[in-house]
Ligand binder design. Structure first.
Ligand code: SF4
Length: 221
């Protein structure tokens, strides 16, 4: 059984698949509390659905792309069969996760064919005095080409932290692309763009498309 906050059609706001029409499956619960979290409504509550029911609801939408997110979707073991069935049904499947310690499902257990997008927590997330203490570094090594490492930056200190982590190269897997995203309402995208250009970093800049399209909506984007 899965606990599900919502299943709805949307424009995928982030990742290499940004802009695609998709169906979002938002699982309930998160063991973290980032200061800028925009999905705190998914921390509690939700409907209990069997894997069959959740899968059927996602497939019934008809969208070719499915985003499985949360909360933290890897807190629920049954996300694994759900993901496997969505891939088997021919859907393009994207999974968003914090990649922090304490999940019930390791990144290595995510079925093949799922694009794993890991939000590598920066100091500005407020998760810990040093976010390196909560990141599952070992788990990240399961990521490869086709997966993504995302760094949400709320200020220059976050950017420098992420940049130096990438440059140093030892703790991050080599395959996934690196994406920088400004914290919405906290850092102008243009500033982040200027820093990336000045450093010539091998990374891509991303803005949250759904926040541009629907800046006033807190849910359903
Ligand atoms: S990990 Fe994601 S869902 Fe959990 S608190 Fe942080 S931003 Fe929110």
């Amino acid at each position: 059984v899965l606990t599900v906050t919502e299943i709805y059609r949307a424009i995928l706001g982030e990742s290499l698949d940004a802009g695609r029409v998709c169906v979002i499956v938002r699982l309930t619960g998160c063991h973290r509390r980032c200061v800028y979290c925009d999905s705190a409504f998914a921390f509690q509550g939700g409907r209990r659905l069997s894997v069959d029911e959740a899968c059927a609801a996602a497939l019934a939408d008809g969208s070719g792309t499915v985003l499985v997110t949360g909360g933290e979707p890897l807190l629920q073991r049954e996300v694994v069969p759900l993901l496997a069935r969505l891939v088997a049904a021919g859907r393009r499947v994207v999974l968003e996760t914090s990649g922090t310690r304490g999940a019930a499902v390791a990144l290595a257990e995510v079925p093949a064919g799922v694009r794993r997008v890991v939000d590598v927590k920066t100091p500005g997330s407020g998760l810990a005095a040093d976010p390196a203490d909560v990141i599952d570094w070992e788990g990240l090594q399961a990521l490869g080409p086709g997966d993504e490492l995302k760094f949400v930056c709320v200020d220059r200190a976050d950017y420098v932290w992420a940049r130096d982590l990438i440059r140093e190269g030892r703790r991050l897997p080599a395959g996934p692309c690196r994406t920088f995203s400004p914290g919405h309402g906290l850092l102008p995208a243009r500033e982040l763009a200027a820093w990336l250009l000045a450093d010539g970093l091998e990374a891509r800049l991303q803005v949250q498309l759904h926040k541009l399209l629907w800046p006033d909506r807190e849910r359903g984007t």
